[in-house]
Design a binder for this molecule. Structure first.
Ligand code: ZN
Length: 280
């Protein structure tokens, strides 16, 4: 696992009932896992959490460990009065200060909301990939992800990184509404899922394998999961969503145990992230 890049971690206090992760906790855990670098997500929307961890906090934390930590930035699409939201200058400032991507987006709006579209356009202009948390409320979409597909088509220069319950439920062609948020599917994957098709058809879509959602997408049907990893080896990114000390991260063992070709594991473990984020 040496040299791996975790595409999705957190620091700070997000939830009142979970112990916050300090930067020292994060670095110690990374050392123990053999993870060289980690992306830290900014959280500036209220839906999923009790507290914010702002872009400013993430930038300050990463500045102290530039060889290990990679900052992402956040901007809630509901800032300002209607018609006055301008994400481009805000995101340009964050990019100039070292942010390598936007995320994670946790706003309770449709994935194709016009306010989100302003952010997608800004991301294209600045060359920033954007991590979308999709469930039954946050960046909501219909079954089959028609809104996301429209965005992939209308913003071909924006790199979208899919994450969370709804996105990964769509690895299967059979999607129960219940899986969009509070339950993880355990039955075998029905081939022909929207995520499989969209990853094949749209060069600007990537998948973030972090959290229970990414883990269950692969482990619910390990044979399908292994083939999926090989099929989309250039479009998938290792991640954990580590956010509290001692949190289990079973995706690490799962990837190790899948007996993947070394080249595939290297791409998913770090090379895709290096290329996508323009890392040295
Ligand atoms: Zn997260």
């Amino acid at each position: 696992m040496l040299g791996w890049i975790d595409i999705h971690t957190h620091i700070g206090r997000l939830l009142r009932d979970r112990e916050p992760l300090t930067v020292d906790d994060l670095l110690r855990w990374m050392d123990a896992q053999g993870i060289e670098r980690a992306v830290i997500m900014a959280v500036e929307s209220p839906e999923e959490v009790d507290f914010y961890v702002t872009t400013e906090q993430v930038l300050a934390t990463c500045a102290a460990h530039p060889d290990r930590l990679i900052p992402f930035c956040a901007v809630d699409p509901r800032h300002r009065y209607p018609g006055e939201f301008e994400p481009l200058p805000i995101l340009r400032e964050y990019a100039d200060r070292g942010c390598r991507g936007v995320g994670e987006v946790l706003a309770g709006v449709p994935v194709d909301d016009p306010l989100m579209q302003a952010i997608y356009a800004a991301c294209a202009e600045l060359g920033l990939p954007i991590t979308l948390h999709m469930d039954d409320y946050i960046l909501r979409d219909g079954i089959g992800l028609p809104g996301l597909e429209r965005m992939l088509r209308e913003f071909p220069d924006t790199v979208f990184i899919g994450h969370a319950q709804h996105f990964w439920a769509e690895i299967s062609a059979e999607v129960d509404e219940a899986y969009l948020r509070r339950r993880y599917p355990t039955e075998p994957v029905v081939p022909g899922g929207a995520v499989d098709r969209l990853l094949s058809e749209y060069p600007n879509l990537y998948g973030d394998l972090s959290a229970g959602s990414g883990y269950h997408a692969l482990s619910r049907d390990p044979t399908f999961g292994r083939e999926f990893l090989i099929r989309h080896q250039d479009k998938l990114l290792f991640g954990t969503d580590y956010l509290t000390p001692g949190q289990p991260t079973p995706i690490i063992d799962l990837l190790r145990e899948m007996d993947l070709p070394q080249a595939v594991l290297r791409k998913i473990g770090c090379e895709n992230a290096i290329q996508l984020l323009g890392l040295a």
